[in-house]
Design a protein around this ligand. Structure first.
Ligand SMILES: Cc1ncc(COP(=O)(O)O)c(C=O)c1O
Length: 394
């Protein structure tokens, strides 16, 4: 589906709909009049097939306890096999009420208080929260920005694991907000180090469906022909891909029967939540019917990104728009023309924008902002126009 058709059919206003992104600006940023380019959801209605499946269920009118049917697993497995050559078996899967919830479960289930957990900033800030909230020891290896391309130093990664007796690694793949789609070679390096030091790997692959250009996402369990599968817990969802995060449903995949048993024992004692009926109905319908919609959305994101990169670099020689191999959330480095301490004032007071600030993803990244480009191009144009105008007035 081309960009304009997608926008004409699916763009929707979200203000005054109890939207975190649009209606909590005062609370989160102290200014209700900012243009929201933060948080990771979108101004687009779901695919028609999702809308129809939800409507049918809402019209049925009863919302009793549910289970996830076989048709769901068949559809999910088909999606994973078709797009990522990973044939997921139903018995490996467990539903979750969101990826972040699942991270808290895994941390409690597979680690003890004070255990060391490694992450690679700049990274999705709930990774920091889950480690700190549950009193685990935070170990970080910062990625390096090589002219807009973020890279991990594998020697540093290994040293940090060895020196801190790390027990668990939260892999973000594709990486938010570094925008990286890890190559198989990079994944294999990380996983083989984890193997060498007996580190369990949680692979958060929620951004798997947002991959651009020639890049290819490879699920961690099939890297190197599945050599590291036994130490991997995969979690992904249709929620980012199809704008369903408010329906809190995600997929856990654990191939290793021992780990699965440990998780099931934990779940029986500690996870009291039921399934989200509308969440799994929407997810199944998205995987069954949403492919053309998703192609249209990816075209919108790519064209928004190209616009941001071309326009910002044309008007602001010192700006750096980082690469976007995956996700819809590029980092933009403002340090070339702004003191990092002045970024907030520039973005909120002068540009009137709400963004995610670099330091939310790791202290070293103050001076970057993250923009959400899964939105109508008109908002992207306004944001870019405000940044270039404010720059001229500096
Ligand atoms: C890497 C990553 N994991 C998890 C989430 C959120 O997942 P959920 O809404 O299912 O908790 C996000 C949202 O932006 C994300 O970027």
């Amino acid at each position: 589906m081309d960009t304009q058709t997608f926008i004409d059919q699916y763009y929707v206003e979200r203000k005054d709909t109890d939207s975190l992104k649009w209606d909590l600006l005062e609370e989160r940023f102290g200014d209700a009049d900012l243009l929201p380019m933060w948080v990771a959801d979108m101004e687009f209605k779901v695919p028609d097939g999702v809308f129809e499946a939800l409507t049918e269920r809402v019209q049925h009118g009863a919302f009793g306890y549910s289970f996830v049917p076989d048709s769901y697993y068949d559809t999910y497995s088909n999606w994973m096999e078709k797009h990522f050559s990973y044939k997921v078996e139903k018995e490996w899967c467990r539903p979750a009420t969101g990826v972040v919830s699942a991270l808290y479960w895994f941390m409690n289930c597979f680690t003890e208080a004070k255990d060391a957990v490694i992450i690679t900033p700049p990274v999705y800030y709930p990774f920091f929260n889950v480690i700190k909230d549950l009193d685990r020891t935070l170990v970080t290896v910062d990625m390096t920005d090589n002219d807009g391309h973020f890279e991990l130093d594998f020697d540093q990664f290994e040293q940090a694991i060895a020196a801190n007796n790390v027990q668990l690694f939260i892999l973000c793949s594709p990486h938010n907000p570094a925008g990286r789609v890890w190559t198989e070679e990079e994944l294999e390096k990380m996983l083989s180090i984890c193997d060498q030091y007996d580190v369990l790997v949680i692979a958060d692959e929620i951004h798997q469906d947002f991959v651009f250009g020639n890049h290819k996402h490879m699920p961690a369990p099939i890297v190197a022909g599945g050599k590291y599968t036994d130490r991997i817990i995969l979690v992904n969802a249709a929620s980012k891909s199809f704008n369903l995060p408010g329906l809190v449903h995600a997929n856990i995949v654990i191939e290793n029967p021992k780990l699965r048993q440990t998780f099931d024992n934990y779940a029986n004692q500690h996870i009291m939540s039921e399934k989200n009926l509308l969440g799994h109905i929407a997810t199944e319908a998205a995987y069954r019917t949403g492919e053309e919609w998703l192609n249209g959305l990816r075209n919108v994101i790519q064209s928004n990104y190209d616009f941001v990169k071309t326009e910002l670099t044309a008007h602001i020689p010192e700006i750096k728009v980082c690469d976007l191999e995956g996700t819809y959330l590029p980092l933009v480095d403002l340090k070339g023309f702004l003191d990092p301490a002045d970024v907030k004032e520039f973005i909120q007071e002068k540009c009137k924008l709400a963004v995610d600030y670099g330091e939310w993803f790791g202290e070293a990244y103050k001076g970057y902002i993250r923009l959400n480009l899964a939105t109508h191009p008109k908002f992207v144009e306004v944001a870019v126009g405000r940044i270039t105008a404010a720059y001229k007035e500096l």
